[in-house]
Design a protein around this ligand. Sequence first.
Ligand code: SAH
Length: 262
Amino acid sequence: MINTDQPLRTGHVWLVGAGPGAADLITLRGRNALAGAEIVIHDDLANRELLAHCPPGCEFLYVGKRAGCHSATQQEINRLLVLHARAGRRVVRLKGGDPAVFGRLGEETAVLRAAGIPYEIVPGVTAACAAAASAGISLTQRGLASAAVLATGHECAGKTGPALDWEALAQPGTTLCVYMGTRSLGPLASRLIAHGHSSDTPLLVISNASLPTQVIRSGTLETAGELADDAQGTPSLILIGEVAAQGAPSAAANHFTAVTHA
Ligand code: SAH
């Protein structure tokens, strides 16, 4: 029976970018969303320290894949979002970096729209920007790079979309920012060299950008495979292009950044 003393409350979902890792790189709007949350559905790359912004009694649902847990499928996450919002709750979906960059945002907003649930997207600092800041470089730079491309190095099994035309993407004057690319970087670099890209093209592999465990490795397409092997298993962003040779780690990162050259 419906309790007529209380107005029916419609749930609402905030899809919040947690930023790249450091807990103080979330936006104020993201922090405010957490402060008003009744339930937070969070995964791997969102720093857990951020959950301290939530009010007492807030429920936390971890849907990532670390610590030996099985990751929830996207379908299950979609189901949870709708379920809790339909129960009238204020739901925060907390994602690493920016939710709109390799963050499955499209799938989640489609499901919310179909269910008639209101939602708001709160942007976050994406890993490419954090990595560039840590390395002390600009992703675009007059005279060096007039474009920056965000690309995934991860080819999912059963993926239906077209394979990326890497040779076309890695043009002079472009900074290629590769997410999820440590496994594919060696073969990718060989392919670019085989298609006429200079083996001297500078490249940076920035692991755990913005965190105390951050490591910056610098090299070229020639040494890419080696750098990628060293970075395996750690969230790493690869920056390929002339701007990658401009770097000096930013002062804020200096005290914990190890720069290795290969
Ligand atoms: N939505 C996220 C990206 C999720 S895909 C964003 O906007 O940043 C996950 C990939 O992001 C990782 O495999 C890695 O390539 C990159 N990544 C995320 N956090 C990172 C960090 N702190 N340092 C370097 N790369 C990171």
